[in-house]
Design a protein around this ligand. Structure first.
Ligand code: ZN
Length: 346
């Protein structure tokens, strides 16, 4: 557990007292789980009304709060089979694995955001035919974004059907050759069209000798003749790698496939960052390092417990700091470093 968890909980409790929390859709059918040490230390909770949830958060101030994508007849029943599942929202998770040694890495979160937008614009809407009004996105409060598809048809998808959606996004078992041979064109739907466009653009932007009769080749391609690309394995490998949705880790995929998973509850604070997990309306303009920062400005004294490179919160730059350094920072920046286990109250 975070050695400063008492201080964090005090601030979280005050936050929930002021702001409350938002009940998810059909709250009384959802299972809730909470954690201080791990993401989930306790689960099988349920709440009937928003105030009950708020009171729980004010009184217990858990560092992590999650809810089920599934709807249950008896959400607090144990074991899981006694809950009687009624359906589940379809969820996708994008987490940024930061390798930049940056405690507030805009680059990695920006990448997660681009992946999120690509999932929606390139797959969920055109290929799966989901309605944009049924799709929402939240910032997880830490390293990434969640995408939710909520409607009655999706609710009934089995775990196996969800696995097939994930396989499709990742182009698993996609037979490129037979797609091309069957005459994919620029206007084909789904992967056929995506592959056709990639090859077409490749020729169009190329000045290599083998495309000397470029106009001719492009014309053929637009008619669905991709003979030139039949054996171009490395080109297709590269194209697929660029275009699949990388739900890289097994954990990210299980969020989509495993109906019993709990996911971070929007409107709650993330104990590993002090940032707010929240629904995002305009993903393009969203900046988690400003928009999800909820604490205040009064100075708080901290002592660094590791070296920390420069970080930007609310468009203000802090640090770099060195291990052992004592400093005074606005509460929101101090809490961020404390939640990241990079500092302790001094
Ligand atoms: Zn990074």
């Amino acid at each position: 557990m975070n050695p400063a968890s008492d201080l964090i909980k005090k601030h979280f409790s005050e936050y929930y007292r002021r702001k409350g929390a938002e009940a998810p859709k059909d709250m009384e059918k959802r299972e809730f789980g909470f954690g201080n040490d791990k993401k989930i230390d306790y689960r099988h909770y349920s709440f009937k009304v928003e105030d009950e949830l708020k009171n729980y958060l004010v009184n217990n101030a858990p560092l992590y709060a999650s809810f089920s994508s599934a709807y249950y007849e008896y959400p607090s029943a144990q074991p899981m089979t006694k809950k009687n599942i009624l359906g589940a929202d379809l969820i996708f998770e994008f987490d940024a694995e930061c390798k930049h040694n940056n405690l507030a890495c805009p680059e990695c979160l920006e990448k997660a955001k681009r992946d999120t937008i690509r999932l929606i614009e390139d797959f969920l809407v055109p290929d799966f035919g989901f309605d944009k009004k049924d799709i929402s996105v939240s910032f997880s409060g830490s390293r990434g974004y969640h995408v939710y598809v909520v409607n009655d048809a999706v609710k009934q998808l089995s775990g196996e059907a969800r696995r097939q959606l994930v396989d499709y996004l990742q182009a698993k078992n996609l037979d490129v050759k037979s797609i091309i041979r069957r005459g994919a064109t620029l206007s084909s739907k789904g992967w056929s069209g995506r592959l056709a466009k990639a090859a077409y653009e490749h020729v169009k932007s190329s000045d290599q000798k083998k495309f000397a009769e470029k106009e001719d080749v492009l014309k053929k391609m637009s008619e669905g003749n991709y003979d030139l690309f039949m054996g171009a394995h490395s080109f297709w490998d590269k194209t697929l790698n660029e275009q699949v949705i990388h739900l890289s880790s097994a954990i990210d995929q299980s969020v989509t496939i495993d109906l019993s998973r709990l996911i971070r509850l929007p409107s709650t604070l993330h104990g590993g960052s002090s940032l707010l997990c929240q629904y995002v309306d305009n993903l393009d303009k969203y900046n988690p390092f400003s928009d999800a920062v909820v604490f205040y400005n009064p100075p708080m004294k901290i002592k660094l417990t590791k070296d920390v490179s420069e970080l930007v919160l609310r468009e203000e730059t802090f640090g770099p700091f060195i291990h052992g350094q004592e400093t005074s920072l606005p509460e929101y920046a101090a809490l961020y470093l404390i939640c990241k286990e990079a500092a302790l109250p001094a």
